[in-house]
Ligand binder design. Structure first.
Ligand code: ZN
Ligand code: ZN
Length: 363
């Protein structure tokens, strides 16, 4: 879809004008993918403020064919030291000021680039592409929607097949879930899946072990699929057998907090206030100390990206941002509950992408 990449590059060119640089050397591979569609492992892009006619893409000989297909709309250079080759090009062309992604470049590489850029003034311009990436276009939202759908279908299939049952280990269940994601349209897993049973469910980022599921356990699933490089992120709870009173109680509490957080997701909302909307529900019930992480995060080409929905987060939400809302209550030694959705901020109210039921599922 070359036109969507051209549109993103045009938006970035406008930012370069605002920042007073002639060009930006893009070296982060995800940013390059966002701007060009290239999915290989070595590339750099010298995006000129004057537009695509002056913009140069560089990769190495391993990607000749792939880059022809993925980046048909930009002039290409083949050089293994792609960033340095583009820096030398900027020097030859006599650019005045060039920005670079200082948050992604090592001190060593910065020294190397300075030499190649020669008399070009090198300016730190961190986060320009990320500034664009935080608001998703409809092509990105469609990929996120597809990734979330693959995860929804995989969890439903796992439960329907009786895959969540006493005697299976967390690891077995996690592998089963991941296989089902691939079968249901996921290109890969979004991050290391969390399957946490019984007392392990009280560990927010538990890694699956050989521990067996038992009757009465809470089982927490936090997992995601990927489609076209975009990640989904969802947490759901299953209980093995009839839920105990304490399980119902904390589940209902987290469910209410999650709904309050999602309700607060709208354009213009201050991120710390979205966090507070959910957190206050849990704190009012006396479990504030048992919710020791932020409410959510942006999702896109990375599973964790801006904005951060946290008490210490800064900024406001805008239409088109994709964020998670994931409050939790964790009772050490007993079990914990987290419920997480991926949502898109819309003027008309949040669009829910993760559609699996949020009623407590008992199997
Ligand atoms: Zn998650
Ligand atoms: Zn998350």
């Amino acid at each position: 879809m070359p036109e969507i990449h051209a549109r993103r590059r045009a938006a970035l060119a406008a930012l370069l004008h605002e920042n007073g640089v002639d060009a930006l050397l893009v070296t982060d591979l995800l940013n390059i993918r966002y701007l060009t569609g290239f999915t290989g492992s070595n590339a750099a892009l010298l995006l000129h403020a004057g537009g695509d006619a002056k913009t140069l893409f560089c990769t190495d000989g391993r990607y000749t064919t792939q880059s022809e297909a993925e980046v048909p709309d930009l002039e290409r250079l083949l050089d293994r030291a792609s960033a340095r080759a583009l820096a030398a090009h900027a020097a030859e062309q006599g650019y005045g000021r060039a920005g670079f992604e200082s948050q992604h470049v090592s001190v060593e590489e910065h020294e190397n680039l300075k030499v190649r850029f020669d008399r070009v003034e090198l300016v730190r311009t961190p986060g320009l592409v990320e500034q664009l990436r935080v608001v998703k276009d409809e092509v990105e939202i469609a990929a996120l929607r597809a990734a979330c759908a693959a995860a929804d279908r995989a969890l439903a299939a796992l439960i329907e097949a009786g895959g969540v049952r006493p005697g299976r280990t967390e690891l077995e269940v996690a592998r089963d879930l991941e296989t089902r994601m691939l079968e249901h349209g996921s290109a890969g897993i979004s991050f290391a899946s969390i399957v946490a049973a019984g007392p392990n469910s009280a560990i927010p980022h538990h890694r699956p072990t050989g521990a067996e599921l038992s009757r009465g356990d809470f089982v927490k699933f936090d997992f995601g699929a990927t489609v076209d490089g975009y990640h989904s992120d969802m947490t759901r709870m299953v209980v093995l057998g009839e839920p105990a009173d304490w399980q119902r109680e904390i589940y209902d509490l987290v469910h209410r907090a999650q709904a309050a957080g999602a309700e607060a997701v709208r354009p213009g909302a201050v991120v710390s206030e979205v966090d507070a909307a959910a957190r206050s529900v849990i704190a009012d019930a006396g479990y504030g100390e048992q919710f020791a992480h932020g409410l959510g995060h942006g999702v896109g080409l990375e599973v964790h990206e801006a904005p951060s929905l946290a008490a210490a987060g800064v900024g406001t939400l805008s239409a088109g941002m994709a964020v998670t809302v994931e409050p939790g209550v964790y009772l050490a030694g007993r079990g914990g509950v987290r419920i997480e959705d991926t949502l898109v901020v819309r003027d008309s109210g949040p669009e829910l992408l993760t559609l699996s039921t949020k009623d407590l599922v008992a199997v």
